[in-house]
Design a protein around this ligand. Sequence first.
Ligand SMILES: [Zn+2]
Length: 272
Amino acid sequence: MAMPLILGLVGCDAKDNSDNKTSNANPTSTSNTRSNVNEDSNVLSNSNVTSNSNPTSNSNEVKPASNTNTPSNSNKETPVSTTKTNVVGKTTKGYDIEKIDGIYYVKGILIANKSYALPSTYAPGGLKSEFTIAYNEMKKAAKKDGVTLSVVSGYRSYNTQKTLYNNYVKRDGKAAADTYSARAGHSEHQTGLAADLNKISDSFGETKAGKWLANNCYKYGFILRYPKGKQKITGYVYEPWHFRYIGDEAVNLYNNGNWITLEEYLGIDSKY
Ligand SMILES: [Zn+2]
């Protein structure tokens, strides 16, 4: 299987979350993460993962991007409370599909997959606050269990994704690229609500950190977005490193460790 090693390191925008506003730490600034990045760097010539690390920083937590007026998907009331004029269809599970400012929501969850694209103008500019707040909580809990979490790729802009995808197509061909890389507008990384954690590697799911995440992330509102054996449903190969923040609904997808995909849960497609 082609290894989607490069996925995101480009455009990683995680920042420091300490009270010191001048700090510019990157969550990848720990030595542990650097080694991960270096291992992946054979396919990553333009990574900026380590470019903004700050050796004087006293924190490696992530900081939310500046707030936007985009509806939060952690607040189920937000899109649901809007008028019915936003409803553009129904899912096979009977949920309304809403379109607000060009962005699709089902059950208040922002959708970005092969069937539902984000506008090129949707650009939170970094990981959104609901992601980072929950992530920092999860990171603390992981640490108590002896697991160090780091963001290796967070937000990616529409244009960054476009470049990435086109490079993969050149390298592996379109059919292969579509199994592991999203076309511009279709990437969850553009949402500011998803990130690649620790190590972009198929074997990550077998590591202590990979197992910890798969078994605990839902407690903090995250889902394992592309579970094993669900490629026909999600449109993507297994990605044990890619986590998406959806809020309270996450527990319903966890399913005692037998992850249900977002597509199955909501009754939506992911197809070009
Ligand atoms: Zn990812």
